[in-house]
Design a protein. Structure first.
Ligand SMILES: [Ca+2]
Ligand SMILES: [Ca+2]
Length: 158
């Protein structure tokens, strides 16, 4: 037990910084947010986050929405103007869900006139540099936002 705690602390020193967040993440409220520089489709973005034990960011509460708006002010605006986040309506048109738990999206920070499902359909959620949401085609290539929990918020079971 003592040994495992020491190992955890060593890992913490090596891999965690920025308010208990992994390297490259921004501390944002009770979250760690990663703003990618690379771009991908929504599915690629989702896989990328999961590869790093994170998930596409889900602004499913006022607190989380405020956290991303604040964090967006400190990162360079993407050349594409928007980042993919973890909402979609690709199973049932117009029925938006947060993908991790497949729960309905009940809050709303959509850009005026959205979700628009424009052209041949827009089924994936993105967030603008100003923090408002837009539905966009899932096969577009955008940078994206991953979320994970800060080190201090992880329960240590032992
Ligand atoms: Ca749609
Ligand atoms: Ca749209």
């Amino acid at each position: 037990m003592v040994v495992s705690v020491v190992i955890l602390l060593l890992l913490a020193n090596v891999h965690f910084s920025h308010g208990g967040c992994p390297e490259g993440y921004h501390a944002a409220g009770h979250l760690c947010l990663f703003f990618s520089e690379i771009t991908g489709t929504w599915a690629e973005a989702n896989s990328y986050c999961r590869t790093f034990s994170a998930s596409l960011f889900e602004p499913n509460s006022d607190e989380r929405q405020k956290a991303v708006v604040t964090a967006l002010q400190t990162v360079p605006a993407p050349s594409h103007g928007e980042f993919f986040i973890g909402g979609s309506d690709f199973f049932v048109e117009g029925h938006w869900i947060w993908s991790t738990e497949s729960v309905p999206v009940t809050n709303s920070h959509w850009l005026p006139g959205n979700p628009s499902d424009s052209n041949i359909g827009e089924d994936c959620m993105a967030v603008s540099a100003g923090g408002q949401w837009n539905d966009i085609a899932c096969d577009r290539h955008l940078p994206f936002i991953c979320e994970t929990e800060p080190w201090g918020d992880v329960d240590i079971i032992g």
